[in-house]
Design a protein around this ligand. Structure first.
Ligand SMILES: [Zn+2]
Length: 113
């Protein structure tokens, strides 16, 4: 299945089941952005599967880190979070009432400490 056919199949299927489908920017740097602090490294060759953030010293599995960033970017788009609001949310602070995240999603957001 090509990416194009996948995209056009998943959207109606998501709607059918009452789920949300959020398409993020294809150039969003999901792999080279630290999911803990938000720092973006300049380069991250594909051969590097694990890396350490030079700012917060968190060790990342490349794919797991990218998955967290993609989920968080989708949540920001879906609930119209600003980056500051989402940073607050990750720190455990309350959001404005219009930004309520369903409990099933909230439990999967990686919060700091
Ligand atoms: Zn970091």
């Amino acid at each position: 299945m090509t990416y194009r056919s996948y995209k056009y199949r998943i959207y109606p299927t998501s709607a059918w089941y009452g789920k949300s489908f959020v398409k993020i920017d294809r150039w969003f740097p999901s792999s080279k952005t630290c999911s803990a602090c938000g720092h973006e490294v300049d380069k991250l060759p594909l051969a590097i599967r694990e890396w350490v953030c030079p700012v917060c010293r968190t060790t990342h599995d490349r794919d797991h880190n990218a998955a967290i960033n993609i989920q968080n970017e989708g949540l920001k788009d879906l609930y119209s979070f600003t980056s500051d609001e989402f940073a607050d949310y990750k720190r455990g602070e309350e959001l404005r009432p219009s930004c309520r995240v369903p409990a099933v999603l909230a439990s999967s957001v990686k919060r700091l400490a």
